[in-house]
Design a protein around this ligand. Structure first.
Ligand code: ZN
Length: 659
């Protein structure tokens, strides 16, 4: 990926808060000075965007551009527009979505509905906002190829008063859709914070901006397993995320796939030698050196690709256990490739070579990345350390091919400190080793303690640093695994927002993002709700430093220990909650729908405090007081969709608090 410097947004001419615009006889807002003069038009002034205003050098991805206001030119003025949204004749579903989103959000902001037309229905007098690679786009001689822009990259630029927004034209590309959001963000301060919280300026006139923006995120696909974002495609698109599990069309096959490719039930009886330890059934691993197995494996991989015409990733990976075949051939191959990671890599390379060549010949338009795990037995990288501390591949066969990526799953990482911290040294080294031989890293990151959804996991102390580190090590696919079948208490929406923003552009400032989120999401309750977050961050940082309380996703040691939730902390958090409710009380009468959202946003945090109150401090309550606390808790965990307290909990998990 090219490294480019960041250019600040230039907002020339915004000093004037208002100025006289002109509208010509076709009621087209433009700079025709011969048109009838109209009253002063209040123009909209976009905030300077962080994304182009980064101080530090961007090491991976492209984030650059200019957006310059043009005086006396308008997209929309006097309730009229000359602009149409134009899409290609065979628009992809993402291009159609881009058109619908642009139309709807512009209407919400300005009250004007731009029509959506096909590329052949544009007349020479029309002004256009072109989405995707329309013939009008092609006439600009710009080129946006998938190889460079991948799934998420896009250009937004203007030419002859027209706007062109496009990513790659392939159906798996989201660039055009993301470019439409970029356009709205630049011109109308559009930003999405959560499922029911986004902002866009309400204006009566939308001035014209000269734009020349190129964004190519290093991480081409970003997926989070947070429940709400996965269940709502609109929210997901607006967070510029893809779905890993539901509507899993991205993946021909995902997860531990080797025995999905060659199921033991289908082949085991006839070919027991294809499997190690045949009695273990589906907990088995394949014997990767068996030539007959390899031939059938390749055949099945081709069939699966044909059966899943939209798949862009294909997992070729070991099953979810630490075993590997130790027959004499496999043993020799493991030695030849240094370790089990190298042995697996050599096998995947061989499959990717053969299937890649077949794809080129039979399906030249399909671009498939084969992915394998660095996980359990295959976790160790097949590299040797050089005298100068760098690493080299053990042999040629273990270097992933161009169409092969490695998914690293650092399940034991301490998330309360960055990956570069001492407590993570051993995992950091693994990343350094793998990244020395891979171009494309897929990351399977973890975002919550599985066994205790009510614990505060202080990954705010690591998330920004880690994501930047992963990006700079070549991560193109980021997946964050968290409690996926339930919402949870501690800033669920904030975590979704931060991870979405940071994986899109790892050079954004975490604290600025948090500030911006709180202001828009909690409105008047911003300050007390922020205090809660800061108290928890401070307290859990202290615990980590003083008590060596590291947090990985399977930690449970703080469960049932009141030491981690002292009563003074509880009281202080409750005080913030009281102030938060008081701050938004006015909306009960002014805007009931808004109040209901704000209530839920505050209440879901309060439920985390209630949980520990019932767990540790019930003795301080009268029977009546406790029942009240418990009953409200039960009612509101349902309201806030905290359906489970951990991944394996029963649906009636809260009964443990009943007295
Ligand atoms: Zn074997």
């Amino acid at each position: 990926m090219k490294i480019k410097n960041i250019i600040s947004v230039i907002l020339t001419g915004i000093m004037a808060l208002s100025f006289v615009g002109c509208v010509n006889e076709n009621n087209t807002a433009n700079q025709n000075s011969g048109g009838a003069s109209i009253p002063d038009v209040e123009i909209n002034i976009p905030k300077e965007k962080n994304i182009y205003n980064l101080k530090q050098e961007v090491k991976s991805g492209v984030y650059e551009g200019t957006c310059e206001l043009v005086k006396n030119k308008y997209f929309i003025a006097q309730n009229k527009t000359a602009y149409k949204i134009v899409i290609p004749t065979n628009a992809t579903s993402n291009e159609n979505l881009a058109a619908n989103e642009l139309q709807a959000l512009l209407r919400e902001s300005t009250g004007i509905t731009l029509s959506i037309v096909g590329e052949d229905d544009v007349s020479s007098s029309d002004k256009i906002i072109s989405l995707g690679q329309t013939k009008q786009f092609l006439a600009t001689k710009e080129s946006i190829a998938y190889d460079e822009y991948r799934r998420s990259g896009y250009r937004v630029f203007t030419k002859n008063d027209n706007v062109f927004i496009s990513g790659a034209k392939e159906s798996q590309a989201y660039g055009t859709l993301y470019g439409a959001y970029e356009f709205l963000s630049q011109t109308l301060n559009y930003e999405c914070y959560s499922q029911y919280c986004y902002v866009i300026d309400k204006v009566t006139a939308l001035p014209f901006y000269e734009m020349n923006i190129t964004i190519i995120p290093q991480m081409e696909s970003r997926a989070l397993s947070y429940m709400w974002v996965n269940k709502d495609p609109v929210y997901q698109n607006r967070m510029m995320l893809v779905n890993r599990y539901e509507n899993q069309t991205d993946w021909v096959l995902d997860g531990h796939s080797n025995l999905k490719i060659l199921p033991y039930e289908t082949y085991g009886a006839e070919h027991p030698d294809w499997y190690m330890n045949a009695q273990a059934g589906n907990k088995n691993q394949l014997c990767l050196t068996n030539q007959e197995m390899y031939v059938e494996y390749v055949k099945r991989v081709k069939e699966l690709i044909e059966d899943n015409p939209k798949g862009v990733y294909f997992m070729l990976a070991n099953m979810d256990n630490s075993d590997y075949c130790t027959c004499s051939d496999c043993f020799a191959e493991i030695e030849r490739c240094m370790n089990v990671g190298g042995y697996n890599m050599a096998f995947v390379n061989k499959v990717a070579d053969e299937v890649g060549a077949w794809l080129k010949e039979n399906y030249p338009d399909r671009i498939i990345t084969f992915v394998t795990y660095a996980y359990l037995a295959t976790y160790a990288a097949p590299v040797v350390e050089n005298e100068d501390g760098t690493y080299s591949a053990y042999c040629e066969d273990v270097i992933p091919r161009d169409n092969v990526a490695v998914m690293i799953a650092p399940i034991h990482l301490d998330y309360a400190a960055p990956i570069t911290a001492d407590s993570n040294l051993v995992y950091w080294k693994d990343f350094e080793k793998w990244s020395s031989i891979i171009d494309k890293m897929f990351l399977y990151d973890y975002g919550y303690p599985y066994w205790d959804g009510f614990t505060f996991m202080n990954d705010f102390a690591s998330m920004a640093e880690n994501i930047r580190y992963f990006a700079e090590k070549g991560c193109i696919f980021y997946y964050n695994n968290t409690l996926s079948s339930t919402a949870s208490t501690w800033y669920y929406d904030l975590r979704t927002y931060l991870r979405a923003k940071l994986t899109f552009c790892p050079y954004l400032d975490l604290e600025e993002l948090i500030d911006d989120f709180f202001e828009n999401y909690f409105l008047e309750a911003n300050e007390p709700m922020r205090e809660i977050l800061e108290e928890l961050r401070t307290w859990f940082t202290y615990l980590r430093e003083e008590e060596r309380a590291y947090v990985n996703c399977s930690s449970t040691y703080w469960k049932g220990n009141s030491k981690y939730w002292p009563r003074a902390l509880q009281a202080s958090l409750y005080d913030c909650i009281d102030r938060a409710y008081a701050a938004v009380e006015k909306y009960k009468t002014e805007d009931k729908a808004l109040y209901d959202y704000l209530y839920k946003r505050i209440r879901i945090i309060e439920l985390g405090i209630d949980y520990h109150e019932m767990e540790f401090y019930s003795a301080y309550y009268s029977d009546e007081g406790y029942d009240k606390l418990y009953n409200a808790f039960v009612e509101d965990v349902a309201l806030c969709q905290i359906l489970k307290e951990n991944e394996n909990a029963q649906s009636t998990w809260y009964l443990k608090f009943k007295k």
